[in-house]
Design a protein around this ligand. Structure first.
Ligand code: 13P
Ligand code: SF4
Length: 359
């Protein structure tokens, strides 16, 4: 009898070995607030004392202490987005930044393990750029309304409808979507990415408002998708004008995921790090950041003279990441972020084209 199943001759796929099995699981340490822990974390409390009352610090400090110790033991590094809460941002993160900075810095990390404190697409991006490293996310359910607004199949349909039109994908998308596209962008380089393409028409997906905002700055025809950020779409121009009236002289700076009518009443628009740098450079007396509200808390200590007016819109996905979950992640080596090898190569190319773009 002849065996016609050629797969029978193929080399068997290597068995999957989980990060927990590769690195081992460590038992949960005692999380008591001892005088030694109080002493060793005192310098970190200084950075967050305006947001965490002294009476609550004993609940945070043992986690901060255990995470920082475990990072060394595991040879791990923590990358945290600008929207993480001040305890994470100031007390346990090694690298902080906007999406582009985190993607760039992920390529320079020496550690064997990356713990991504942010949302799932950010962890996937780190894995794409560091296929040989172990990437963990403390809560795999930390999603993003933009990322969930579009699938790889949707992009294939768009390409069928607009043959030959290059596709720029916002980094806030799954690896499956990135794999279908030509180049990624973030809010800080979207204009440069669009301008780098030869075509007069560009598909810029999935954030409709980011695309509308960039369309105002380029002569290219921009086609887009109806995805929105559930945090930024809540801001309205009328609300911002009311803040202006109530606070004469206030500077309003907005994230380009907001509707163009909102951006039109802003004094400046930029990525999360662009907004932070603007506040640090200009030190306005009073400012409103039209974005997720942890950002103002994270930079308050560095710009003491600046008074932040805070309409507090929180990203529920970013807020899934907490100190207890980060500790668990390092102890149990979960949730490990993996990218299907069938799409990883093409998705990586789209991210690398963006990271390598000269600006
Ligand atoms: P940045 O790239 O500006 O950090 O934005 C990421 C994000 O998710 C904003 O909502
Ligand atoms: Fe996504 Fe908006 Fe949250 Fe950013 S703020 S992660 S775009 S839902």
């Amino acid at each position: 009898m002849t065996n016609l199943d050629l797969r029978a001759d193929a080399a068997p796929a290597p068995a999957f070995v989980s990060a927990a099995a590769r690195f081992g699981v460590i038992e949960k340490p005692d999380l008591a607030y001892t005088p030694a822990i109080a002493r060793e974390t005192a310098h970190l409390y200084e950075k967050v004392k305006d947001f965490i009352p002294a009476i609550e610090w004993p609940a945070y400090a043992p986690y901060v202490h255990a995470i920082n110790r475990l990072k060394k033991e595991r040879n791990a590094v923590i990358l945290a987005h600008n929207y993480q809460t001040p305890d994470i941002f100031h007390c346990v993160a090694d690298i902080v930044g906007d999406s582009l900075q985190l993607a760039r810095d992920a390529t320079k990390v020496d550690a064997e393990i990356i713990v991504q404190c942010g949302v799932h697409f950010m962890a996937e991006t780190s894995k794409l750029l560091n296929p040989e490293k172990t990437v963990l996310i403390p809560d795999a359910k930390a999603g993003c309304s933009l990322s969930e607004s579009i699938t790889g199949a949707d992009v294939r349909l768009l390409k069928e409808r607009y043959p030959g039109v290059p596709v720029v994908t916002y980094v806030n998308t799954s690896a499956e979507v990135k794999a279908e596209t030509d180049i990624c962008c973030t809010s800080s380089n979207v204009l440069a990415v669009v301008e780098s393409l030869e075509s007069d028409t560009v598909l810029c997906i999935p954030d409709e408002y980011l695309a509308m905002n960039v369309a105002r700055q380029t002569n290219k025809k921009i086609l887009t998708w109806k995805g929105h950020c559930e945090v930024h779409e809540r801001f309205t121009a009328a609300e911002l004008l009311a803040y202006k009236e109530a606070n004469p002289g206030i500077e309003i700076i907005g994230h380009p995921e907001c509707h163009p009518d909102v951006i039109a009443v802003c004094d400046f628009s930029g990525s999360t790090s662009g907004m932070i740098n603007y506040v640090k450079d200009k030190q306005p007396q009073r400012v409103l950041l039209v974005t997720e509200c942890s950002m103002a808390s994270n930079i308050q200590a560095e710009v003491e003279g600046v008074n932040f007016v805070k309409p507090c819109n929180l990203c529920p996905h970013m807020k899934r990441i907490t100190l207890p979950k980060i500790l668990d992640s390092l102890l149990t080596m979960t949730e490990e972020v993996l990218v299907d090898p069938a799409i990883a190569g093409r998705a990586r190319l789209a991210v690398e084209r963006m990271v390598n773009l000269k600006q």
